[in-house]
Design a protein around this ligand. Structure first.
Ligand code: F0G
Length: 423
């Protein structure tokens, strides 16, 4: 089976070698021979692998291996395993958004607590195939946690570049604990991203940000798995928080391939949701700009998506156009309100993830999503990633957010009559 890397700008193709950009500067994507694959893959093939204990098919990424990385041998694959994340529905979510058939796909159920593991298992496995010893990334937290874990599993050295003081504690603690060399950059995520790209070129670090096309290959499986869970009937909408735009890009590629392979008939529409203070992609789409204008000082409580210069904007724009999708923005207040509802439904998520639910609500209000549509919101990260934001919301300690759904703890003396009062 063939696998090539193709430039998304000029279309030039190369074999799978260590490179992230084309000579023309464009990003690369993995190009599969879909004609050949059409003879090999089917809904039945993927369905028979469900509940299989056999390595690597028990992973919700490698179950789709032909569409992810058909060149890898079993012994090269590093898997924890990933995916098999659940779809949730709750009446409170329907009431809050106005969307009767709203479902949340909880990617926080991945091994390190975010969707990043789906891309990382593929990126690290490719690093393994190439014989790489040192891997690195810039991160707002989750990518670094995931990278550190997978590097630990495969005895590689990892080095992560994070914006100092701007990543949630859960994520920082993971990167340290899993043994990555953590470089705290005096700057924001975009500064860390430029530095790690330079470091990969000059110091031979294998780069595992979503600029790496193999990361995108893994993240496509969020879509494959969710459509399989819906018996291969795509929803009307897939709503996703958008930061560096790796996921938005991966979703577009996944939908394109599923259509070409005739595994789905209908095209689900993608809605990418940005935080209002970190919204360069929203501005690009809304104002029909030709080029993305980076934001110098992105600001939002959702630190995971506090990004002003997303690397994958071209691929992501193509995904929005391909699926007749939309881009929306939400405020920190809307994000934290949505988070409180997701949390009190017993599902729970980190702030950036709740942008999808806040966005779905807004798109219904604006008449873009209809109340009978089937809408799947992607919950990208686990509730424990950022406990500070949760506590500060409920204790009313956030500067620009009113805790509309606060659940304040109560201090009492050890007296049964006082307990009765709070029942
Ligand atoms: N949600 C969470 C929880 C994230 O960690 C990220 C990105 C996103 C959404 C946005 O996804 O970048 O594909 O548009 N986190 C990256 C990181 C940037 O470094 O962990 P995207």
């Amino acid at each position: 089976m063939e696998l090539k890397l193709r430039c998304i700008d000029c279309g030039r193709e190369t074999g799978p070698v260590v490179t992230y950009r084309c000579e023309c500067g464009g990003l690369l994507e993995v190009s599969l021979d879909l004609k050949e694959l059409k003879e090999v893959v089917s809904r039945e093939l993927f369905d028979t692998r469900l509940n299989m204990g056999k390595f690597p098919y028990q992973s919700g990424v490698w179950r789709f291996r032909e569409l992810v990385h058909p060149l890898l041998n079993d012994f090269e694959i590093v898997s924890r395993p990933e995916g098999n994340t659940n779809l949730y529905h709750h009446k409170a979510l329907a009431n809050f958004t106005g969307i009767e058939k709203i479902l949340l796909k909880h990617e926080g159920e991945n091994p390190t607590g975010s969707f990043k593991d789906r891309g990382m298992t593929v990126g690290i496995s490719e690093a393994n195939r190439l014989g790489m010893r040192v891997v690195g990334c810039a991160s707002t937290g989750n990518t670094s946690a995931s990278l550190a874990s997978y590097a630990g599993l495969s005895n590689m050295k990892s080095i992560v570049f994070i914006p100092e003081g701007k990543i949630a504690f859960g994520k920082l603690s993971q990167a340290l604990a899993y043994g990555a060399r953590v470089l705290q950059i005096n700057g924001n995520f975009d500064d860390a991203m430029s530095l790690v790209q330079e470091a990969s070129e000059r110091l031979g670090i294998y780069l595992l940000n979503s600029i790496n096309p193999f990361r995108i290959q893994g993240q496509k499986t969020i879509i494959f798995e969710l459509i399989q869970q819906l018996n291969w009937k795509p929803p009307d909408w897939i709503v996703v928080p958008a930061g560096n735009l790796g996921n938005t890009s991966a979703f577009g590629k996944a939908i394109y391939e599923l259509k070409k392979l005739r595994l789905i008939e209908k095209t689900p529409r993608i809605a990418a949701i940005q935080a209002e203070g970190a919204n360069p992609f929203y501005r690009l789409w809304k104002n029909k700009l030709k080029e993305l204008k980076p934001l110098k000082k992105p600001e939002t409580i959702a630190t995971a998506i506090r990004i002003g210069n997303p690397v994958s904007w071209k691929r992501a724009l193509r995904a929005i156009e391909l699926t007749d999708g939309v881009v929306e923005q939400v405020t920190d207040q809307e994000i934290m309100d949505a988070k409180a509802i997701v949390d009190s439904s017993g599902i729970g998520c980190e702030p950036a993830s709740a942008a999808s639910v806040a966005g779905a609500r807004k798109l219904l209000e604006n008449g873009i999503i209809e109340k009978d549509d089937v809408v799947v919101c992607i919950i990208t990260g686990h509730i424990l990633k950022d406990p500070d934001s949760t506590i500060n919301y409920h204790l009313s300690r956030l500067d620009n957010v009113k805790p509309r759904f606060a659940n304040m703890p109560v201090k009492i003396e050890p007296n049964i009559n006082l307990v009765k009062r709070y029942l």
